[in-house]
Design a protein around this ligand. Sequence first.
Ligand code: 6GU
Length: 246
Amino acid sequence: MRLDIVTIFPEYLEPLNVSLVGKARARGQLDVRIHDLRDWAHDKHNTVDDTPYGGGPGMVMKPEPWGEALDTILASGEGEPVLVVPTPSGEPFTQQLAVELSAKPWLVFTPARYEGIDRRVIEEYGDRLDVREVSIGDYVLAGGEAPVLVMVEAVARLLPGVLGNAASHQDDSFAPGAMADLLEGPVYTKPPEWRGRGIPEVLLSGHHGKIARWRRDEAFRRTDRNRPDLIERADPAAFDKKDREL
Ligand code: 6GU
């Protein structure tokens, strides 16, 4: 998969050299290209923002540098990328959207600063490309770079061969499957006693059926406490009689 990211803070994206994403790049599974938007600003101060039409606080990113940057990037590859525009006014970024994006060969991200990008840029590329305006949650950040780090990590770990153990995303919270609609429950490892605290007995029993039931009950309890909206929203058929007894 190829990813292009256009930003005025290329150094903000250095974490993409580390850990899972860094290793996927080193193995050639991910081709990440980070571009400095100011390379396409032509006045002597490399200006990329200006005051908003209609007045009001803050600054708006000018359309010309974005247009030149995106035209250059689009012309450098085969076919058409999905354009992912991070914005607090976008559609929610969900595991479902991560799965959808992970199936695409090429994504271009346009993290903005200030009050966002001149609307005409989104309209211009919306006529030619699949454009997704995406928010990572109901809070406001100073720019789209942190959301890009979030989205790239969520997408990269779904690519074939990127996670060591493909089974490890089968039971993720929000993954489709038997435990869909439930958050993951608690996990334990050695030692069997730590600061006087033991391990739930059932996990030492070797009884796979009982362990599966216990995990499901813990997942249900945690979801009921932390995200009751997920249970209300789910298909009632997703829950069995034993879930309801909790
Ligand atoms: Cl994608 N951008 C900004 N600036 N703030 C956000 C966001 C994105 N998602 C949630 N808050």
